[in-house]
Design a protein around this ligand. Structure first.
Ligand code: FE2
Ligand code: FE2
Length: 157
């Protein structure tokens, strides 16, 4: 079970990374003063929010809470990652609102969208990297089959 969840997380991360990579050229367009593909950007951010914020992150939160009990020496680092889930959700929401405002014809300063997008890309990218490098290997080592069953159960409620 543990391995199945970890494998799912790793493939989620790869997919999230791919979605973030598709946003990056839009940042370059914004920076160069062109009109990015706002519709495409909105679809990507909405997808990240729909699955990442509602499914992937709550599942990690459940696992990280169990992991912090097994490995109190990592508790602070795990708490920070859980906090980052909330920041990512908020930042993605703000970014999506700004994009939707542009699509609805509102005047949104270009720099505002540019800064929101750049921040989202860096912050989310670092978050995924930290999980891949530090936390997933630790979870693999320290969580018991019972813990993983609890995580799977958390996913269903
Ligand atoms: Fe995460
Ligand atoms: Fe993650």
């Amino acid at each position: 079970m543990g391995n199945a969840t970890l494998a799912a997380w790793r493939s989620d991360h790869a997919r999230f990374g791919g979605l973030l990579a598709r946003l990056r050229p839009e940042l370059d367009v914004l920076h160069e003063g062109g009109r990015p593909d706002y519709e495409g950007m909105a679809a990507i951010v909405a997808e990240l929010r729909e699955y990442g914020d509602k499914v992937h992150h709550p599942l990690e939160d459940a696992a990280f809470a169990l992991l912090a009990r097994r490995r109190p020496d990592f508790a602070l680092r795990l708490a920070r990652l859980q906090q980052e889930h909330r920041v990512i959700a908020r930042a993605g929401g703000t970014l999506l609102e700004q994009i939707e405002e542009v699509l609805n014809g509102a005047i949104v300063p270009r720099e505002e969208v540019e800064v929101a997008l750049a921040t989202y890309l860096v912050y989310y990218g670092n978050h995924i990297a930290r999980e891949e490098e530090d936390v997933l290997p630790l979870a693999e080592e320290a969580l018991t089959p019972g813990d993983w069953a609890e995580v799977a159960h958390a996913a269903q409620v």
